[in-house]
Design a binder for this molecule. Structure first.
Ligand code: 5GP
Ligand code: MN
Length: 314
């Protein structure tokens, strides 16, 4: 069996991938965890991380790729096949084995089996809810990671069930304090100072609308040496400014391709906007997308239209 998470994986993607992998191990089922992109540095400590396969393009096109011989494929934390990249999604489409999906993003595609709740804070919450009896400590560590990261440390997208699941995970042998320490308190001094620079020099408040943004063009991205996951959480800075209801991060990782992170609150929804103009989507209050242009042009195009998100709800 093969388990796959989405591109540019976050804490819930890797948490659910490795949580699933650990549970499979616990129940004596062999599984191969696959991520379309490298595991961000801050998650490599999770148990099983070293066993994650990041397929090369040539492996996905050839006959001996990591999906060959799979008797079951489980997609975790995404439910639209293109969210794992073009090559991997094409390889999935060529398979004849059953494809299952466990996810909490809106508007899932059809699968042989689909376990899906948009009301869940995270895919890890859904997975943890399936466990009967005690949860092994390695799985609990991974699943709690998804809960912590997708909820912004128990701040967003919560329901009573989220806390019930968290309580059940705490009853395992999980060392919660050690986990939060690894996830949130192991930043290098350099990375912390970089956040200071971003806050001081790069965070821009819109002169009229209740929103703020950060833009990092390709030259800046290169000069700062931003690695995958380095900008994690930065989009939230603008949302924490008093009065703001939306915040955005524009990051031109490759020259001429700008990734955008969208966050909002208080009834302002961003996933439709991400889908309409930026080839993206996600949750109402947390979405992502891209624009095939340089950062400056992307921001200009964006700001000419962003008023739309406030049209019905200001
Ligand atoms: P982030 O801004 O952290 O990259 O993504 C925020 C949320 O939007 C996550 O739930 C993520 O799964 C979703 N998301 C990010 N990028 C995309 C995208 O390109 N397409 C879609 N449909 N969802 C995305
Ligand atoms: Mn998620």
């Amino acid at each position: 069996m093969v388990a796959i998470c989405h591109s540019r994986p976050d804490g819930d993607a890797i948490g659910s991938l490795l949580g699933w992998h650990a549970l499979c191990g616990h129940y004596g089922i062999s599984s191969l965890p696959i991520s379309p992109d490298t595991v961000p540095d801050f998650l490599t400590f999770l148990p099983g991380s070293a066993s994650i396969v990041v397929p090369r393009s040539e492996d996905l096109q050839g006959p001996d790729g990591p999906l060959q011989g799979a008797d079951l494929v489980v997609l975790l934390d995404f439910s639209r096949r293109n969210r794992c990249g073009e090559e991997l999604s094409q390889a999935i489409n060529r398979l004849t084995c059953p494809i299952w999906c466990i996810d909490h993003h809106p508007e899932p595609e059809t699968f042989d089996a689909l376990f899906h709740r948009t009301s869940a804070s995270s895919t890890c919450e859904l997975l943890a809810g399936l466990i009967q009896g005690d949860c092994p400590a390695d799985a609990a560590q991974c699943l709690m990671t998804g809960l912590l990261t997708d909820t912004g440390r128990f701040q967003y997208a919560l329901s009573p069930n989220t806390f019930e699941i968290a309580a059940a995970l705490l009853k395992s042998d999980l060392d919660y304090r050690a986990l939060t320490d690894r996830l949130f308190e192991q930043e290098s001094l350099e990375a912390l100072r970089l956040r200071g620079f971003i806050l001081k020099d790069k965070l821009v408040q819109h002169p009229e609308l209740p929103l703020a943004w950060i833009e990092i063009n390709f030259e800046e991205s290169q000069a700062l040496g931003l690695k995958p996951g380095a900008t994690e959480g930065w989009v939230n800075f603008g949302l924490s400014i008093q009065g703001n209801r939306a915040a955005f991060l524009f990051h031109e990782k490759e020259a001429g391709v700008t990734r955008i992170s969208f966050r909002s609150k208080q009834g302002i929804e961003v996933n439709g906007f991400a889908e309409k103009y930026f080839n993206g989507g996600g949750h109402k209050y947390a979405a992502g997308g891209r624009f095939d242009s340089h950062c400056q042009d992307t921001v200009q195009f964006f700001m000419e239209r962003v008023g739309e998100i406030f049209t019905f709800s200001l």
